[in-house]
Design a binder for this molecule. Structure first.
Ligand code: MLT
Length: 410
C-alpha cells in the first residue's frame, strides 16, 4: 500500500463547513418539513449583477468566433484585470501597486491555503485564534505542527488569542516567527485593525524579519472610512506583507471563483545559504507550474465590477448584506445577547446563551429555532462559547432568524 501524508491524520476532525453541512442535512432528512434558515457558511444569495452577467455573456460570445477565441491565458491573470485592480483597488486609494505584483486566482481559500508552500518546511508561524480555519489546517497538512492537544490547538503554532478583552484583536507574538497570518476584517469576529494597529504589525515584522500574510477578503465591507482596507496603506508594508483579496463576497463570486494576491517586488525571503530571494518570483514559479489561470469570461466579469455602473451595483449588494448585519446585531443586542462585529464586516459574533458551548448552541439553534450558525470553536479554541451568524441571506430570512433566536433563547 502506498504511504500517505501522515500529517493529514493529525487533523482533528472534518473541515468545519462540510461538518456543518453534514449536521444540517441529517437534521433536514429527519425533519423534512422544517424551514431551515442558513446563516452558517458565508455564502452569498443575491444574483449576479447586470454588469457582471453582461461581461460574461460578451466574453463567451467573443470566444465563440475564431478571431476572438482564447486558449490558455496568462497564469497570473490577464493584464486588463490586473491593471483595473491596480488602479481601482489601490491607486484610487493612494496606494501604489504595480499590475505585475498582482496574481489573479480562483479563490482566497486556495491562495491563503497554498501560500505556505513557498516557505520552509520548518518555517515558524503565528495564527490568530479564532480565525479562518484554512490557515491552521494547511500548515498541519504541510507538517509544520505536532499533534493537537485536548483544546484542539496544535503544538508548533504560536496562537495569538483574540478575546473580548483585546477587542478581538491579536497581540504581537511573544517570540519571533517567520510568518504571521492576519485577517482584517476578521473572519469570524468582524474585528477590524486600525491603521495604528497595522502599523504596529508592520514595524514588528520588519524588525523581526517576518512576513505578514494579510487576508483582506472582506475589506469591501468596511464602512468606517478611517479604517484601512489594505495593509499596503501602511508605510513599510511592501517589505513585509502579502495581501489576499477576493471577489467571492464582494461581487457575489462564490460560485464564479476569482480572487487575487498582491506580492510587492520588495518582499524578500532567505534561502538555506542566507541569500535573499524574491517572494513574488517563487509565487510566480509556483503559479505557472500548478495553475493555468482563471477563465477569460470570469476575468472579464471581475473587470466589470470596476466600471461606474458595475461598482454601484456591487455596492448596492454590499449595502444590502450590511443592512442584514445591522438587523442581526441590533435585534440580538435588544434581546439581551452579547454581540460583536457586523459593523465593518458581514459577520456577527454572538456569545452563546445559557452556558452552552459552541456546538451545543449550534445543535440547539438548529433543532429548536431551525437556524444554522457557525460554532465559534470551529475557528479556534478562543472561539469557544461563541457562534457566528452570517449576514449573507435574504432580508426576510434574516429577520425571521433573529425573531426565532430571540423567541427560543432570550
Ligand atoms: C466562511 O463562511 O467563513 C467562508 O465562506 C468560508 C470561505 O470563504 O471559504
Amino acid at each position: 500500500m502506498a504511504r500517505i501524508n501522515d500529517h493529514y491524520q493529525k487533523l482533528a476532525a472534518g473541515y468545519l463547513f462540510p461538518e456543518i453541512g453534514r449536521r444540517v442535512s441529517a437534521f433536514q432528512t429527519a425533519n423534512p418539513k422544517a424551514d431551515v434558515i442558513r446563516l452558517g457558511i458565508g455564502d452569498v444569495v443575491l444574483p449576479l449583477t447586470a454588469s457582471v452577467r453582461q461581461a460574461m455573456h460578451d466574453a463567451v460570445d467573443e470566444m465563440a468566433v475564431a478571431s476572438g477565441f482564447k486558449g490558455y491565458g496568462p497564469e497570473r491573470g490577464y493584464a486588463f484585470l490586473r491593471e483595473a485592480i491596480a488602479k481601482h483597488d489601490f491607486g484610487d486609494r493612494g496606494v501604489a501597486i504595480d499590475p505585475n505584483e498582482i496574481f489573479v486566482s480562483d479563490g482566497s481559500k486556495c491562495d491563503s491555503g497554498n501560500i505556505q508552500e513557498i516557505f520552509a518546511e520548518d518555517a515558524t508561524i503565528a495564527i490568530p485564534d479564532p480565525v479562518y480555519p484554512v490557515y491552521v489546517d494547511t500548515n498541519v497538512m504541510a507538517g509544520r505542527t505536532g499533534q493537537a492537544g485536548a483544546n484542539g490547538r496544535y503544538s508548533g503554532i504560536q496562537y495569538l488569542p483574540c478575546t473580548e478583552a483585546s477587542g478581538f484583536l491579536p497581540a504581537l507574538p511573544n517570540r519571533p516567527v517567520d510568518l504571521v497570518y492576519l485577517c482584517s476584517p476578521n473572519n469570524p469576529t468582524g474585528a477590524v485593525a486600525s491603521k495604528a494597529e497595522l502599523t504596529k504589525w508592520v514595524d514588528w515584522a520588519r524588525a523581526n524579519g517576518a512576513i505578514l500574510l494579510f487576508d483582506a477578503a472582506y475589506e469591501r465591507f468596511i464602512t468606517d472610512p478611517e479604517l484601512p482596507r489594505s495593509i499596503f496603506e501602511v508605510p513599510g508594508a511592501r517589505e513585509c506583507a502579502i495581501e489576499f483579496r477576493s471577489y467571492s463576497k464582494t461581487a457575489g463570486f462564490t460560485g464564479i471563483r476569482c480572487a487575487y494576491v498582491v506580492i510587492p517586488a520588495e518582499l524578500k525571503g532567505r534561502n538555506a545559504r542566507g541569500e535573499s530571494v524574491s517572494v513574488a518570483g517563487l509565487w510566480d514559479r509556483r503559479t505557472s507550474t500548478k495553475f493555468n489561470g482563471v477563465s477569460y469570461p470570469v476575468q472579464r466579469a471581475a473587470e466589470a465590477i470596476y466600471s461606474e455602473t458595475g461598482c454601484k451595483e456591487v455596492q448596492a449588494n454590499i449595502d444590502y448584506y450590511m443592512a442584514n448585519a445591522g438587523i442581526i446585531r441590533a435585534g440580538l443586542a435588544k434581546a439581551g445577547f452579547y454581540t460583536f462585529g457586523g459593523v465593518n464586516a458581514p459577520y456577527v459574533w454572538m456569545k452563546t446563551p445559557n452556558g452552552l458551548d459552541s456546538w451545543q448552541f449550534f445543535d440547539a439553534l438548529l433543532s429548536q429555532a431551525n437556524v444554522v450558525g457557525t460554532p465559534g470553536s470551529g475557528f479556534g479554541s478562543c472561539g469557544e462559547g461563541y457562534l457566528r451568524l452570517s449576514a449573507f441571506g435574504f432580508r426576510e430570512k434574516v429577520e425571521e432568524a433573529v425573531g426565532r433566536i430571540t423567541k427560543h433563547f432570550a
